[in-house]
Design a protein around this ligand. Structure first.
Ligand SMILES: [Zn+2]
Length: 185
């Protein structure tokens, strides 16, 4: 799986973190071995859609484009949501047509009211949201272990991670890390 990352957001973003997030997410989603490209664009805004944080488009089996606004905390969760949509496209579970969406063989009409009101509770959105929560937490755990295994102290680890994760979540994983160490002594 190919990953292309471009930062057009005019914000200072840790691109390394996104690279690691992709590697982790693609493996967890089982698409790391696919012969395809995920192109990820970090953007300043979506001028035509002021309310959305990210989107994914992929009508071809060989590539998906995802775009998102890198807001401070939680934009990685949006990243994982869009990456899940990439997986849905690449496996053929999700096929976008002109006036409908094909989800696991079932057709959903794509009209204005569906788009606005029901879209968020569509099964592919639900799946992507659910998986993004799990992936976001799993990736944070991995990041905590990467830093603390590499003998970064707890304070510096929090300092490095709080650009992308909530402090409560970081503390949850750092204390679990130390708890485990105590148990193993
Ligand atoms: Zn979504």
């Amino acid at each position: 799986m190919n990953f292309e990352l471009q930062n057009k957001s005019e914000k200072n973003v840790s691109l390394d973190t996104y690279q690691r997030a992709f590697k982790y997410g693609a493996a967890e989603l089982g698409i790391d071995g696919f012969k395809a490209t995920v192109a990820c664009l970090l953007v300043k805004e979506f001028p035509n859609h002021p309310n959305i944080l990210g989107l994914a488009r992929g009508d071809y089996s060989d590539g998906v484009v995802i775009a998102l606004i890198p807001n401070k905390v939680c934009s990685l969760q949006t990243f994982f949501e869009e990456l899940t949509h990439a997986q849905q496209y690449l496996t053929g579970d999700l096929v976008r047509r002109k006036r409908s969406v094909l989800w696991k063989g079932e057709s959903y009409p794509l009209n204005k009211s569906w788009q606005d009101k029901v879209y968020e509770i569509s099964p592919w959105e639900q799946e992507a949201k659910d998986r993004s929560v799990v992936l976001f937490d799993g990736f944070l755990k991995r990041e905590v272990h990467r830093l603390l295994d590499g003998s970064v102290n707890c304070y510096d680890a929090v300092g490095q991670l709080k650009c992308c994760f909530g402090e409560e979540d970081i503390f949850k994983h750092t204390s679990a890390y130390y708890q485990k160490q105590i148990e193993h002594k």
